[in-house]
Structures are given as C-alpha cells and as structure tokens.
Design a protein around this ligand. Sequence first.
Ligand code: HEM
Length: 499
Amino acid sequence: MFLLCILLFVSISVFLYKRRSLPGTNWPVIGMAPDLILNAYRINDFATDLLKQGNGTFMLKGPWFSNMDMLLTSDPTNINYVLSKNFPNYPKGPEFRKIFDILGDGIFNSDNEVWEIQRKTIMSLLKHPDFNSHLEKNIKNKIEKGLLPLLDLVSHNQQSIDLQEIFQRFTFDTICSLILDFDPEIMSVHLPYNACEKAFTDAEEALLWRHVLPEKVWKLQQRLGIGKEKKLTEARRVFDEFLYKCFSRKDEGFANDGRVEKEETTTGLLKSITTSFQGQTGASGDSRTYIKDIILNLMFAGKDTTSASLSWFFYLVAQNPNIESKIRREIAKEVGDGNWKSLGVKELSSLVYLHGGLCEALRLYPPVALQHKSPSEVDVLPSGHAVNEDSKIILSFYSMGRMESIWGKDCMEFKPERWFSEGGKGGVRHEPSYKFTAFNAGPRTCVGKEMSFIQMKMVAIAIIYHYHVEIVQGHEVCLGDSIIGHMKHGLKVKLSPVN
Ligand code: HEM
C-alpha cells in the first residue's frame, strides 16, 4: 500500500511537472482560457509556442459554449492546401465579413465574382505602364519635401523621433496621393494631426479584439458604445467623412460627361476606379458607398502594412550596425557620383542586400500576422486534422517565420544573406509563397507587393544613405494588439548624419 502511494505520488508529480513545462493546456470546461488571458500581451509568441508543441498544428479549445475553438497551423503543407490547392473550399465567408464589416463590399471582404472583378480591375490599374513612374515621382517628392527636412531637423537638434509614426504619416500621404489624387501633407516638419490617419490604428486594434472576444461580448460593447468598439464606430464615421469629402472635391474636377476638367485630376486611381465600377452598387445598393468601400480597402491594404514593415526593418537594422554599413555600401556603389535621387525603380533591383534585409523583416514580423479561414465543406487538412463548416482555422504567418523546421536553426537571426540566390550569381533567392507568407499565397496573393517594395526601398535608401540609426536607450520595442503588426510603443530613434 505504501509503495503504491509513493508510485501514485511520483506519477502525479511527473504529470503536473510535464504540464507546467508545456506552453498551454486545454482544461475541461474552461479550455485554454486561463493561458490565453495570461498570454494576451504576447499572443503571437504564445501561438508560436503552441505550434512548436504541436509540430506545426494545434487545436486550441475555448470555454464551453463560447464557440472559440480554433485550429492553429503554421504547417506549409496545410497553408499551401488552404490558400492554393483547395482554395475554392476556403472563401473569406460570413464569419470574416462579420468581423471586418467596416470594409463593406471591398476586395478583402468579397468572394466569388465580386472579388474576381475587383481583383482584375485593381491589378490592371497597378500594372498600367505609367503607374511605377508615377509612384516613383510621388515617393521621391515626399522624401525630398517631407521626410528629409524633418529628419535633418531632428538630427541637427539631436532629438529623438518615433520612426513608426513617421512611416505611418508617410504611407498615409502616399496612398492618398495615389488613390485619391489628394496629398494630406501630414509628413511634414510640423507633424499636423490627422483624424483619418489615426483612425486606421484604432480600427486595426479593435479588429484584433473581435478575434479574441466572443462575438456576443464585442456586439454588446458595440451596442453600448464602450471599449474598442466605441473607437471602431468613431473610425467608421471619420473614414466616411474623409473619403466623401475627397470624392466631392474630385467631382468638382470632372465635367458632367466624365471629361477631366482640371489637370491635377489625371494622375490618381480614383477616376479610373470610379469609371471601372460605374453602375455597380454592391450589397448597399448605392454606387458611392461601393466606391468608398473599394477605396477604403486599398487604403487598409497599402498603408500600415508598408509602414509596419519599414519600422521592423529599421528596428532590426539598428540592432545590427554591420548590416546597416553593408546596405549603405551597396547603396553608395549603385549611386556612384550621383545622389539618392538617382536611384529609380529600375535601379532598385540591383540592391540585393537591401532586398534581403526587407524580406527578413517581413519574415520575422509579417504585418499581417495571422489569417483566419473556415471551410465551406468538411475537409481533412494534409496534417490529418478534420475540419468542418464550423471550424475556425488560424494560419499563423508570424509563427511560420520562427520555425526551425521551415527556416533552419538560425531562423531567429536577421540574415539578409538568406535571400541571396544560390550559386552566388548576385540575384535574389525565390522562396515559395506558402513558405514566405508575408504577402499571402495562392489566388489571393497581395497585388501590391511590387508597389510596397518600391516604396520601402526608396524610403530605406534615403534614410540609410544619410543617417546612422540608433534606438533610444531603454526604449521598449514589442508588438502591439492589432491585426497589423505595429509596435506597441513605437520606434524611438536618434539619427546621426553619415558623411
Ligand atoms: C509590406 C506591405 C504589404 C504586405 C505585407 C501585404 C500583405 C498582404 C496580405 C497578407 C494579403 C492577404 C490578406 C487577406 O486576404 O486577408 C494582402 C492582400 C492584398 N493586398 Fe497587400 N500587402 C502589402 C502592401 C500592399 C499595397 C501597397 C497594396 C496596394 C494598394 C496592397 C494591396 C492588396 C490587395 C488589394 C489585397 C487583396 C488581394 C485579394 O484579396 O485578392 N498590399 N496583402
């Protein structure tokens, strides 16, 4: 009896000890709720721990009746299957549309024909032969008149600056100029406040909480006008006000027959989008609302994804001064006797080290850290997990970049060389999109990938060519709570000029 008691005691102790060393436990009734609450501040890293525990796929149980069970996966074969091979069975679906209702009938929220038409039209506009030269002119102008004067001032006065905020301002100005033919000019030495720019951050935070809280809870918050839902309602109002005002101003530039009356209206996409979707109305039944949804989706797509990537790139560069010097040398070689402005879209492809650095930032800190999917019909994933119409599948792009099984033992290192082509011919290495998922994969792959690389490279060149970047001592850098991988406390840096 005594021996049996000892055996029982040892077994229970070993069981409890093993449990302690696991990152999370699915308890009866409450599921993984305690671990989720305790790890809410590091939710993406917690998901990564669970996925390591589950060899790339993990069933996370929510409390009973909360409808929060989720199948997490970072397994490239599952990702390839869901996003490409069995794409028709994994639409955005009604659950996604419910959470992202602020996006209305825009491309992110659409499936089937509505999605196909929007995607085709947007791609044809971005692939227009004049688009890249217009983009280049736009970005160079913003760097010269907005970014560099501000950075010069800050560096001259030896002040610190939040680079994340600067990049958010920069990308807001450029996306507005490109799409709306209107430059709000918030990237300037005066750093003016802009409610619409701020509303993006608020909306992106609220949308993450809609993933974490039970639907009944966030719907109640919405009805009562409290918490993050209050900010989301306000953001919706601000977007509408800003965009409809832009539309009205543009209307003044168009004659009744659609001819362009003012010279300045000829460049941006607003007129082309309005013409392309003329007569279409979406679910709202109103064509103006439909155009507003399409434009708002493009702003969500292109603004903070690019600014977050730039922020993490500079965070990694600042921690690796030797890499900063290598990128600067590469730029200097390409610039030759000219200056940063002599590098146009064509020359950017020669900057392989810079490209590798940006890909590393996107791998370790993908701005879209996760994506959720539900199948239309019952299915079995390549990992052997069965799913049905009620399943919530979370594709963790963040975890994928941190898996030794995908990127090797040095996966946590910032190594631009990882992206050099094999054989040392000086090109960029291609990685399949179901492995490098920052831009999504399959038929819904990001259509703005090239545009974002052009913007990120030009901004990175202008900064690294002129300044050495150092993070302010003691400044804490960590991911915030948002559907976009922003830094919670921004990126406070000091800049010193380089000769
Ligand atoms: C570093 C910058 C960027 C990253 C990391 C990125 C990433 C992504 C990801 C992950 C998706 C899939 C989202 C989903 O289906 O839920 C996506 C879709 C999309 N992106 Fe980007 N994006 C970036 C920049 C841009 C830019 C500058 C534009 C241009 C306006 C753009 C336009 C789009 C569009 C229109 C879609 C929807 C595609 C579809 O559903 O068919 N993106 N992007």
